[in-house]
Design a protein around this ligand. Structure first.
Ligand code: 5GP
Ligand code: MN
Length: 335
């Protein structure tokens, strides 16, 4: 029996289901999770979306958002929901470590795990895996999953809205190379279901506070260093920089893209001091592989042109370390 046939059989009776995603979820993580939530609910299951951590207000407008339970706020309740679940959908992550403590609880659970993801090198922790690194987003794979389940006609406006939000954000507004003709066809079908794509765009990208927009200006003006030889832009942020502008979780989302607006820049890195260590975000253009860079040097990963990682050094030391790692890669950055 194929995976999809087996899952169809498992899902032929109402199930208690957990849907979860990576910590500090982004638009694809929340869009994919909530699309699955609506899909499973419409099929008479009892799904709960559990996010390991909180997420920014520009993702809180999605239909079903009020039902999301946050592990860091309600660990006991979340543990109980996981323990009672029969199936766990794991959306938009390749390793359980990306869920921090919640990952251990899920690992210990005997529920059947279904992974839907597009990150490189997924770990083998799920019973069923719907994975493709070619997919522009996990949301694209959720769409594909629903179609393969024979339920294309079940796709409601709510499901469509969440899938569109995932695709919109993970393709950086239909920009990145994995935005295939198929992605545009899926988007067209979602539009035909009556979604309000202008509203979705505005909710995600045009809900800045004045302080956040001024913070972006400050980062570009004061905190961005351009290394012309390495064709690299680095924005480094200390705790004080974040405090000054009242920056909260998710407020730095999108900031890493700006150095790439400069002609010739091929690599952009955002280095931020977080309470639990330094977080790095990498974005590249063309063949320069930031998944490899993050994986080899910063305990991270992601995709060829977008990845993340961490460091236990200070922000300044991390920047120095990064530059020393990049120096021998100068040829790759100047193809
Ligand atoms: P961001 O820079 O927006 O946090 O992440 C960019 C991409 O890299 C996303 O697909 C994200 O899931 C992935 N990513 C970010 N941080 C990490 C990490 O620490 N480990 C791994 N494996 N992937 C990460
Ligand atoms: Mn994604």
């Amino acid at each position: 029996m194929s995976d999809i046939e087996e899952l169809k059989e498992l899902l032929s009776v109402p199930r208690k289901i957990v849907i979860t995603t990576h910590q500090r979820p982004d638009g694809d993580a929340m869009g994919s999770s909530l699309a699955l939530y609506h899909y499973l609910k419409e099929n008479n299951h009892h799904p709960t979306v559990i996010s390991p951590t909180e997420y920014p207000s520009f993702l809180c407008w999605m239909p079903g958002n009020d039902s999301v339970v946050i592990y860091e706020k309600e660990p006991k309740r979340c543990t109980q929901i996981v323990e009672e679940s029969e199936l766990i959908f794991c959306a938009d992550f390749n390793k359980l470590e990306r869920l921090d403590v919640l990952g251990n609880i899920i690992e210990a659970s005997s529920a059947i795990k279904v992974l839907i993801d597009h990150h490189l090198e997924p770990n083998d922790f799920a019973t069923f895996t719907f994975w493709s690194a070619q997919a522009c987003s996990t949301a694209e794979l959720v769409y594909d999953f629903i179609v393969r389940m024979g339920d294309k006609n079940v796709i409601s406006k709510d499901i469509a809205t969440c899938i569109y939000a995932g695709i919109l954000t993970d393709t950086d507004r239909f920009r990145i190379p994995s935005t295939s003709p198929l992605v545009h066809r899926i988007a067209a079908e979602l539009l035909e279901l009556g979604i309000n794509h202008t509203m979705i765009y505005e909710e995600v990208y045009e809900t800045f506070s004045e302080s956040r927009l001024r913070f972006f200006g400050f980062c570009i003006r004061e905190k961005m260093q351009i290394n012309k030889e390495l064709k690299t832009g680095i924005i480094s942020l200390e705790t004080d920089d974040l405090k000054k502008f009242h920056i909260q979780t998710g407020d730095t989302e999108g900031l890493v893209n700006y150095p790439l607006w400069i002609k010739g820049i091929r690599l952009s890195v955002l280095i931020i001091q977080r309470p639990d260590g330094v977080k790095l975000s990498f974005r590249s253009k063309g063949d320069f592989d930031v998944n490899e860079l993050a994986n080899k040097n910063f305990k991270g990963g992601g995709h060829r042109n977008a990845a993340g990682g961490k460091s236990l050094l200070s922000v300044a030391e991390t920047r120095e370390q990064l530059i020393s790692i990049l120096a021998p890669l100068k040829k790759q950055l100047n193809p």
